[in-house]
Write a protein that binds this ligand. Structure first.
Ligand code: FAD
Length: 388
C-alpha cells in the first residue's frame, strides 16, 4: 500500500528521476502477450515504490495530492522512456470519472486494485455500429431484481483480453431520447456470458478485442452515478482522457524524435543514408512541429492543473496526432530499405521498434475520437461556428 500524506511530487523530482533511471525496465519484449505481464509488474513496482498513487485520494489507495502531481508523474515517466503501465485504461480513462462520480463503496472497492494493476480495466464504449456516433449504441441493460442483464457487442476494446473489469455504456431506457437512456456499468469480465475475441492490428499485436455480453448479470451497486447518467459520464471520460494523453504523448514523441535523429546519424555515418537537403528539411520541420506541440501542451497542462480543461483539448489531440504521424513516418522513411532486413543495417538501430511506432501512429487519428470529430468540436465549441 502506498504511503499517505507524502511530500508533493514537485519536491521529490530528483528522487523520482534517480529511481526511474535505476528501475525502468529496458528489455521488454514487443510481442504483446509476452509484454503484458511485464507491464503489470512495472505498474506494481511503480505503485509499491509510492509513485503511482500521486493525484489519487489517500483514503482509496492513493497518496493524495492533485492534478499537478499526476501531470509531473506522467511527464517524468515519458521522459525516462518508461513503458506505459498495464492498467492505463483504468488510470487515465475510467479511474478519474469513478473518483468523481462513484460512491465511496465503489471507490473503496475498485480504486486500490486499479492503481496497483491488480485488476486491469477496459473501456466498452464503441460498437460495430456506434463509434463516432456513440449515442446510437445498441448494447442493452435490462432492469431485473437486484441489477441489470447486459446483452450486446462492443468492439475495439483495448487490452480487453487482459481486463478483469470493463466500463460498459449500455442502454437502460429505450423509451427516452437516445442520449438520455444510457448508463455506465462496471462489468466483471469473469461473469458468465462475458467473452472477448482478440482482433489483430497491422502492428501484428492483438491489442484490442471484440467483446460480447450474452445476458450478463450486473448488480445495481456496479452502476456509476444514476441510471441514465451514462452519456454525461461518457463525455466526462472522453474530455478527461484527451488532456493527459496529449501531455504524455508529446513527451513520448519528443523522446522518439531523439532516437530517430540518432538513427539518421548512424545511417549517414555508415553510408547507408544520404545526408541531403531533403532529409535535413524533414528533420527540421519535425523538430519545429514538436516545439509547437510542446508550447500548446504547456497551456493544456495549466488547464489540467486548474481543472478547467474544455474543448481546446481537441486542438491538442489534433496537434499531437499530426506531429506523431509526421515524426514516426520520418523515422520509418529514414530506415529505408534496411527496415526489411532481419538484422539492423547498423547495430543498435532497432528497426523493429521504429516500424511498429510508425504503424501504430496511424491509429492516432482514430482513437480517442477520430480526426473529423475533433475538427467538428473545434469548429463548434472552440470557434462557435454553426453546425453544418
Ligand atoms: C488503437 C485504438 C484503440 C481503441 N480503443 C478503444 C477502447 O478501448 N474502447 C472503445 O470503446 N473504443 C476504442 N477504440 C474505438 C474508437 O473510439 C473508434 O474507432 C472511434 O471512435 C471511431 O469510431 P469508428 O471506428 O466506428 O468509425 P466511424 O465512426 O464509423 O468513422 C469512420 C470515419 O467517418 C468519420 N466520421 C464519422 N462521423 C462523422 C461526422 N459526423 N462528421 C465527419 N466525419 C465523420 C470519422 O472521423 C472516420 O474517419 C479504439 C480505436 C483505436 C484505433
Amino acid at each position: 500500500m502506498a504511503a499517505t500524506a507524502v511530500k508533493p511530487l514537485a519536491d521529490r523530482l530528483d528522487e523520482l528521476r534517480d529511481w526511474l533511471a535505476r528501475e525502468t525496465p529496458r528489455d521488454l519484449p514487443y510481442d504483446l502477450d509476452a509484454r503484458f505481464p511485464r507491464l503489470v509488474e512495472w505498474q506494481r513496482k511503480l505503485y509499491d515504490a509510492g509513485w503511482l498513487g500521486y493525484g489519487w485520494p489517500a483514503e482509496f489507495g492513493g497518496n493524495g495530492g492533485g492534478p499537478t502531481d499526476k501531470v509531473i508523474l506522467s511527464v517524468e515517466l515519458a521522459r525516462a522512456a518508461a513503458p506505459v503501465p498495464a492498467g492505463t485504461i483504468g488510470l487515465e480513462v475510467i479511474g478519474p470519472t469513478l473518483t468523481r462520480f462513484g460512491t465511496d463503496a465503489q471507490r473503496r472497492r475498485f480504486l486500490p486494485p486499479m492503481l496497483r494493476g491488480d485488476e486491469i480495466w477496459s473501456q466498452g464504449f464503441s460498437e460495430p455500429e456506434a463509434g463516432s456516433d456513440l449515442a446510437s449504441l445498441r448494447t442493452r441493460a435490462e432492469k431485473v431484481e437486484g441489477g441489470y442483464i447486459v446483452s450486446g457487442r462492443k468492439t475495439w476494446t483495448s487490452w480487453g483480453q487482459f481486463a478483469r473489469w470493463c466500463g460498459v455504456l449500455a442502454r437502460t431506457d429505450p423509451d427516452v431520447p437516445k442520449h438520455k437512456g444510457i448508463s455506465l456499468l462496471m462489468v466483471d469480465m469473469e461473469s458468465e456470458g462475458a467473452q472477448t475475441f482478440p482482433l489483430v492490428q497491422m502492428t501484428g499485436d492483438a491489442e484490442f478485442t471484440e467483446t460480447l455480453f450474452e445476458r450478463v448479470f450486473v448488480p445495481d451497486e456496479n452502476v456509476v452515478g444514476q441510471p441514465g447518467d451514462g452519456w454525461n459520464l461518457a463525455l466526462d471520460i472522453l474530455a478527461h482522457e484527451r488532456g493527459p494523453l496529449v501531455v504524455r504523448r508529446q513527451v513520448e514523441i519528443a523522446v522518439g524524435f531523439e532516437g530517430i535523429v540518432e538513427n539518421a546519424r548512424r545511417l549517414v555515418a555508415a553510408g547507408v543514408l544520404a545526408d541531403d537537403a531533403r532529409l535535413r528539411e524533414r528533420v527540421g520541420r519535425a523538430w519545429a512541429q514538436l516545439r509547437m506541440l510542446e508550447a500548446y501542451a504547456a497551456g493544456l497542462m495549466g488547464h489540467l492543473v486548474h481543472g478547467d480543461l474544455g474543448p481546446e483539448a481537441s486542438i491538442g489531440k489534433r496537434l499531437v496526432t499530426e506531429v506523431e504521424q509526421a515524426v514516426f513516418e520520418l523515422g520509418f522513411d529514414i530506415l529505408g530499405a534496411s527496415r526489411g532486413l532481419a538484422e539492423d543495417a547498423v547495430p543498435g538501430m532497432n528497426a523493429d521498434k521504429w516500424t511498429r511506432d510508425y504503424l501504430y501512429s496511424r491509429a492516432a487519428s482514430i482513437y480517442g475520437g477520430a480526426a473529423e470529430i475533433q475538427r467538428g468540436i473545434i469548429a463548434q465549441r472552440v470557434l462557435g461556428l454553426p453546425r453544418a
